[in-house]
Write a protein that binds this ligand. Structure first.
Ligand SMILES: [Zn+2]
Length: 208
């Protein structure tokens, strides 16, 4: 499945969850966007073989990183005060800047480190965890750990912390649902997929 398909399926998941919780229009819009981003997250592990080339996959990585930077800036603007606000916005823009330069995989590692630094500066556990996720994904082989149950649980921790911080109901289920929808769409049982996902890493590296 390509990035666009994953983003659309993730957004749809967010929309369904928003509807079932009967959220306000603005929260619905937010959950649709969040579902779309979550649906892209597992593919931050795109193959090292593509190193040095701008491919469609790299554009997906770049877009996800850009959105994360923007979310960080917007989040700091609304949720933080004074010094922390400007610090958060600054680091958010730094992430956007680094993301716009992503042509190679190591740039993703740097983006992750920037998110991590942002998380520590703002004292936000979800950002710290997200930074760790991005750094780990940049070192994982494609369709391995980010496409496993371990990945789902880790992302679930990020999502739970984000929901607590924002205090918006539906954030946890949207992130988790968007992420899981990606793994389902990558399963080998679907005829469009030549490869499956290593769902049971590290216990088994069998592709399903
Ligand atoms: Zn994938």
């Amino acid at each position: 499945m390509n990035g666009t398909t994953h983003a659309v399926i993730g957004s749809t998941t967010g929309f369904v969850i928003a509807n079932s919780l009967q959220t306000s229009p603005s929260v619905t819009l937010f959950l649709v966007g969040l579902g779309g981003v979550s649906g892209l997250m597992p593919d931050l592990d795109i193959d090292g073989k593509l190193r040095g080339k701008i491919t469609l996959s790299h554009k997906v990585i770049q877009l996800s990183a850009l959105i994360i930077g923007m979310m960080m800036a917007v989040y700091s603007f609304f949720e933080k005060a004074e010094n922390e606000r400007w610090l958060g916005i600054g680091i958010g823009f730094l992430v956007i800047l680094i993301a716009s330069l992503i042509k190679q995989r190591h740039m993703l590692t740097i983006t992750g480190v920037a998110v991590l630094v942002g998380g520590f500066s703002l004292d936000e556990l979800w950002l710290i965890l997200l930074g760790i996720f991005i750094v780990m994904a940049s070192f994982s082989s494609h369709r391995s750990y980010t496409h496993s149950i371990v990945g789902v649980v880790f992302f679930g921790c990020i999502a739970a912390n984000l929901e607590t911080t924002l205090g918006i109901k539906g954030v946890f289920f949207t992130c988790l649902g968007g992420y899981i929808s990606h793994l389902l769409a990558d399963l080998k049982i679907l005829p469009v997929n030549k490869r499956g996902v290593k769902l049971f890493l590290p216990l088994s590296s069998k592709e399903v």
